[in-house]
Design a protein. Structure first.
Length: 277
């Protein structure tokens, strides 16, 4: 009898009790795209659709034990990393990644809240650049995060091109710079490839308050498509298409008093099964 398995995606990220972002958004996205989700919790933010109230740390030893538990049992086909808010946590995660170097990594460098509030301190940013950027297949900063990383204002498409090139020089293999904060009817994101070329993607802006967790959703969608066997470039495009549709299908819904979530299950896929090697 043939033995079957599922494409597995590991989310290493923070918590969102309101269900729109963090590990909760990742679980929904990975499941909606037909993959099997595993998780490692890095932080416990107290948040809802109106914003982040406070952040409680998960002990580094607990994160280390979670990582070992997953890698020893359900080896992921791809990894998504979200909120990592201390240098010690960065180094712990980096150690696990270097022990499993063949697994593609999508890193969403969560640094700035929707409100504009900075979520991590400079020593952590420095540690992320040193230890995690070289290990990630792609990083997915938004314009605010790109501004921190490139040490410049990022307000326009021209700024995005300049910032993306600067971020690539920090040791990244590739960068997807998201243009969701552009004040234009057409939103442009830029994918800076390892060979130095840049791909532009354009999407229609929808009038909606429901954007909470869009970055988490994108990075876990890209990871899911990689786990299914898509190339990185295809996964980057397909992940953005999925998020755009998830925003569209949630644009007229009211959940909570602030920035509501996306509709992750607008077209859920059956859990994919394939024969084990």
């Amino acid at each position: 009898m043939k033995k079957m398995t599922y494409p597995s995606v590991l989310s290493i990220a923070g918590f969102d009790g309101s269900g729109g972002a963090g590990i909760q958004a990742d679980l929904k996205t990975i499941s909606a795209l037909g993959c099997y989700a595993t998780t490692v919790l890095t932080a416990l933010p107290v948040q809802n659709t109106t914003g982040v109230k406070s952040i409680f740390s998960i002990p580094v030893t607990v994160v280390e034990e979670q990582l070992k538990s997953i890698f020893d049992d359900i080896l992921p086909s791809a990894i998504k990393i979200g909120m990592v808010h201390t240098p010690q946590l960065v180094e712990t995660i980096a150690k696990s990644l270097t022990e499993n170097p063949k697994i593609p990594v999508v890193f969403d460098p969560v640094m700035v809240a929707t409100s504009g509030h900075k979520l991590i301190e400079d020593p952590t940013i420095k540690s992320i650049v040193t230890h995690l950027f070289p290990l990630a297949s792609v990083i997915t900063p938004n314009m605010d995060e790109a501004s921190l990383l490139a040490k410049m204002e990022v307000k326009s498409l021209e700024d995005m091109h300049t910032a993306g090139r600067k971020i690539m020089q920090l040791g990244c293999k590739s960068v997807l710079l998201k243009g969701g904060h552009l004040q234009t009817d057409i939103l442009t994101s830029l994918y800076f490839k390892e060979d130095g070329s840049v791909i532009e993607y354009e999407y229609k802006r929808y009038e909606t308050n429901n954007m909470h967790g869009s970055g988490c959703t994108l990075s876990s969608a890209i990871s899911s498509y990689i786990a299914q066997g898509e190339s990185l470039e295809n996964a980057v495009k397909m992940g953005q298409d999925y998020v755009h549709q998830a925003i569209f299908h949630a644009k007229d819904v009211v959940i909570g008093k602030g920035n509501g979530p996306l509709n992750h299950f607008f077209n859920p896929q059956k859990l994919i099964k394939y024969e084990m090697e």
